[in-house]
Design a protein around this ligand. Structure first.
Ligand code: PMT
Length: 225
């Protein structure tokens, strides 16, 4: 059996998209399937962790031995993340969070005839979940983010590592049709303050095992020699 590199650790993982309602029938979202985050949750559980998986709306079964919290909106995901992070050693944000939400959610279906086109969609910025957790001054877990980039992958990911005060960031080039959103495979680069390391393209399920081992070594050094 593989070494239980996360034995006794409490791990929280966000996965999937968030969804922001415009009216009772429409929403803003993205193509995240949750596969990457669910694979990490399963790998962390196999590595001995007590896992809380905060999942946006996805069509995936819950991996064995995991506590799953289902959410829809970004604000719901933030609330669930804050609650889980209060008792957590490691926080991994793989969710594709919608950055903006409609200023108001229309109570009735928006009618074509009602508005000037330019007034239909007014947006406000959503809170940044991973930056909120990483910005804590107490009860701060080791915080790992993801970066979904379409160009200058390493450069943009390093910017997010610094701006969001993360301990580590996992960058993927989501313009690569072989990886990223909704694919079974992915290729990532792991970046922290010590350096960067590109991992070969692999199934998300296999990559997740490697990522969990790498994260455990950095987050809890000296525990598993
Ligand atoms: O779900 P899959 O189909 O398997 O696809 C996997 C994935 C491509 C979604 C995943 O590997 C990935 O890259 N997840 C992050 C997607 C993303 O939205 O990245 P970002 O660069 O916009 O955000 C950077 C980091 O901040 C992420 O850790 C994100 O979770 C976090 N964030 C962003 C905005 C926000 N309001 N709150 C956040 O916590």
């Amino acid at each position: 059996a593989p070494e239980q590199v996360l034995k006794g650790k409490k791990v929280t993982i966000t996965a999937g998209p968030t969804r922001e309602a415009l009216d009772p029938v429409r929403y803003l979202s993205n193509h995240s399937s949750g596969k990457m985050g669910f694979a990490i949750a399963a790998a962390a559980a196999r590595a001995g962790a007590e896992v809380t998986l905060i999942a946006g709306p996805v069509r995936l079964d819950t991996p064995a031995g995991i506590k799953r919290v289902d959410v829809v909106s970004t604000e719901d995901m933030l609330r669930a993340a804050e609650a889980a992070a209060d008792d957590c050693d490691l926080f991994i944000a793989s969710a594709a969070v919608v950055d903006f939400r409609p200023t108001v959610v229309a109570a009735q279906k928006i009618k074509k005839e009602d508005d000037n086109e330019s007034d239909v969609l007014q947006l406000v910025k959503n809170p940044d979940i991973v930056a909120t957790i990483a910005g804590r001054t107490s009860k701060r877990p080791f915080v790992v983010g993801f970066a979904a980039e379409t160009e200058k992958v390493a450069e943009h990911a390093k910017g997010k590592l610094a701006r969001k005060n993360l301990d580590m960031i996992i960058a993927n080039d989501v313009s690569d049709p072989e990886g990223g959103f909704n694919s079974d495979r992915n290729q990532v680069m792991v970046i922290d303050h010590a350096g960067e390391q590109a991992l070969p393209a692999a199934l998300k399920t296999e990559l997740a095992t490697q990522l969990v081992e790498l994260i455990a070594t950095r987050a809890f050094p000296g525990q598993h020699q």
